[in-house]
Design a protein around this ligand. Structure first.
Ligand SMILES: [Zn+2]
Length: 420
């Protein structure tokens, strides 16, 4: 028994040795003759991941970093055994295909090294700036060469027809609809439907959306919603996606827009804590007309732009603390006070879309606790957001209407194809 085991051991060991030699030869061969390292080679290296201190004659391993706050591409490279000259060469090569100073937090960087006689030599660095591409910097004949791989994505239309059970969110979540699609779905109807009061169990939802998979069938990203419908006990609301001049909007089957001018509640899941009108000011102590509405919400809750427009003011503004004001169309402005911070990219004159996150709930300025103080200003006068008569969305006309109706029929066709 013992002898047999020993024979097997010798055999296996021999086999490993042969594979290692063959592998070594193929890698050296590639080094000299071919820029493209075959994918298989990379696979083999990846299988050796994280075995760092092996003393084998030849070994390669993979280590990876995910960029954290304060990390840079260069600081990550400095964690390897590359010398400064090599780091410079590598950066010069990488700069050709990407902006190395604009990698976002969480970007994965893989470093593949060979270990030859205990000396570690970095062979390849792979950067994954987003889910669709990866950038490889390969060491070939002691020089770094860069290669960019873009994944081929395959579009897929997904249609669901379901009954609501408990909430829209949980019903869609149960059938694995991605979160961002669910959020978009909810947002689409947030001007028309009161999700707390209008929705009953057994009400229905229809949704058609696009998603993208890679060649292995892995979901890489979601696209947009093409059709969304909520069938309530009495009413039903349906919306079709329509794109004009690179701007996506949703319309009902007659071509009327879903988007109203301004949202009454530019925050999700908040409680109205102080209404518009006369009240005793909680800090100043005297009676004063409350010229906006307050929504109590935890610090950090995202605040949305109530309507499309331009940022007119962003910065500290006395008792309002951190403050944003947006100028919309038709004489409307909205303001947001006591924020804890601003969303990235929110600057004066920047255009914002309705529903886009502009900042986060805080308690800065004259404030007794975390809340959003929201004001709507019409022609210079503060008005009660809860009572405002919202201008209804636009109605498509002429050519645009014809184009929309064609698109609507195409979408309906897609749905009946999927259903049958
Ligand atoms: Zn207030």
């Amino acid at each position: 028994m013992y002898l047999l085991n020993k024979k097997i051991l010798v055999f296996v060991f021999g086999l490993i040795l042969i594979i290692a030699i063959a592998y070594y030869l193929s890698v050296s061969f590639n080094d000299k003759n071919d820029i493209q390292i075959p994918k298989e080679t990379i696979q083999i290296q990846k299988n050796h991941s994280e075995k760092k201190d092996s003393l084998d004659l030849f070994f390669s391993f993979l280590e990876y970093y995910e960029l954290e706050e304060g990390d840079t591409f260069i600081s990550t490279l400095k964690k390897t055994n590359l010398n400064n000259r090599e780091i410079d060469q590598l950066i010069t090569a990488a700069r050709d295909v990407m902006n190395i100073n604009q990698l976002r937090i969480g970007t994965r960087i893989e470093i593949i090294s060979d270990l030859i006689k205990e000396e570690r030599i970095v062979k390849e660095i792979v950067i994954y700036p987003d889910s669709e591409e990866n950038i490889s910097v390969l060491r070939i004949n002691d020089k770094f060469t860069v290669r960019k791989d873009i994944k081929t994505l395959y579009s897929e239309l997904v249609f669901h027809e379901i009954e609501i059970d408990k909430s829209i969110y949980s019903s869609l979540k149960n059938i694995n609809v991605p979160d961002n699609i669910i959020m978009s779905f909810v947002k689409l109807f947030s001007f028309d439907i009161d999700f707390q009061r209008d929705i009953r169990n057994k009400n229905k939802i229809n949704i058609l959306f696009e998603q993208f998979k890679d060649k292995d069938g892995e979901l890489v990203k979601t696209g947009s919603i093409f059709f969304a419908e909520i069938i309530l006990t009495k009413d039903s609301y349906e919306l079709y996606k329509f794109e004009e001049n690179n701007y996506i909007e949703y319309f009902n089957s007659e071509g009327k827009s879903a988007t109203k001018a301004l949202m009454k509640t530019p925050i999700n899941g908040a409680r109205l804590s102080s209404a518009y009108g006369m009240r005793k000011h909680p800090i100043l102590g005297y009676n004063k007309k409350h010229m906006g509405v307050d929504f109590a919400a935890p610090i950090g809750t995202p605040i949305m732009a109530a309507g499309t427009g331009h940022i007119e003011y962003v910065g500290t503004n006395g008792g309002a603390g951190k403050y944003i004001r947006i100028k919309h169309l038709n004489g409307y402005k909205t303001s947001y006070s006591h924020l804890s911070g601003y969303a990235s990219g929110i600057q004066k004159n920047v255009r914002v879309r309705q529903g886009q996150t502009i900042g986060y709930v805080g308690s800065t300025g004259l404030s007794t606790g975390p809340h959003l103080h929201y004001e709507v200003i019409f022609n210079g006068e503060k008005i009660n957001p809860m009572k405002m008569k919202l201008p209804s969305g636009k109605k498509l006309k002429g050519m645009n209407l014809n184009n929309f109706l064609t698109e609507r029929d195409r979408i309906n066709n897609e749905i009946s194809k999927i259903k049958n």
